[in-house]
Design a protein around this ligand. Structure first.
Ligand code: 13P
Length: 247
């Protein structure tokens, strides 16, 4: 449902030089027109990327502060992101939840503030391996969805990214069936808890060890509306292959 959406999350990677090479590879790649494409560079390189990357690709930040700027050492405000031309922000990523320790409420606050400023939110959810093994995948994903739903006034500018934590950076991609099962459950959750309209319109993208070799099979699944790509988004030609896997 909705236009295919592919995001490249560069995480904490890159230098001015490597990013200049990546941007030039992306600028020369042929990309399917019917796909929304976004890249999320580290904050410090956003300006460089915005000034050199084709307008065909939009920019996301990897995080933001919960409100207006001010005396918040080390934080970056949504207003500053807009000033640099960011249209999106990735929130609730598993690395921020499980490595940095952000909780649902903090993430919800950021999502609400970004949306209030007109910045789209790539809202990540996903279970740990032990949660999957304990049969809690849906419970965990629904609780994370509820935290967003409780915080945001509208779903118009939100893309949900299902990223099982055990699949992130591990090379252990979810099977198309495993991903589809969660995506349809999340869509059903939206239908019951938000509205049927939001459920059918909201894009639910998959992330976790997506690469040029496994994207086509995943993209065939009805409820997989795109991808959030980590490692493979650092290679221009491979990222282009993933973008062009739209069916
Ligand atoms: P990998 O594609 O490197 O597994 O990372 C996925 C991810 O976390 C994207 O946000």
């Amino acid at each position: 449902s909705g236009k295919f959406f592919v995001g490249g999350n560069w995480k904490c990677n890159g230098t001015k030089d490597s990013i200049s090479k990546l941007v030039s590879d992306l600028n020369s790649a042929t990309l399917e027109s019917d796909v929304d494409v976004v890249v999320a560079p580290p904050f410090v390189y956003i300006d460089q990327v915005k000034n050199s990357l084709t307008d065909r690709i939009e920019i996301a930040a990897q995080n933001c502060w919960t409100g207006k700027g001010g005396a918040f050492t080390g934080e970056i405000s949504v207003e500053q992101l807009k000033d640099l031309g960011c249209k999106w922000v990735v929130l609730g990523h598993s690395e921020r939840r499980h490595v940095i320790g952000e909780d649902d409420q903090f993430i919800g606050k950021k999502a609400a503030y970004a949306l209030s400023e007109g910045v789209g939110v790539i809202a990540c959810i996903g279970e740990l391996l032990e949660e999957r093994e304990a049969g809690k995948t849906f419970d965990v994903c629904f609780q994370q969805m509820k935290a967003y739903a409780d915080a945001v006034p509208s779903w118009d500018n939100i893309v949900v990214a299902y990223e099982p934590v055990w699949a992130i950076g591990t090379g252990k991609v979810a099977s198309p069936e495993q991903a589809q099962e969660v995506h349809i459950a999340v869509r059903d959750w939206l239908s019951k808890n938000v509205s049927a309209e939001v459920a059918s319109k909201t894009r639910i993208i998959y992330g976790g060890s997506v690469n040029g070799g496994n994207c086509a099979e995943l993209a065939k699944k009805e409820d997989i509306d795109g991808f959030l790509v980590g490692g493979a988004s650092l290679k221009g030609p491979e990222f282009a292959t993933i973008i062009n896997s739209v069916t």
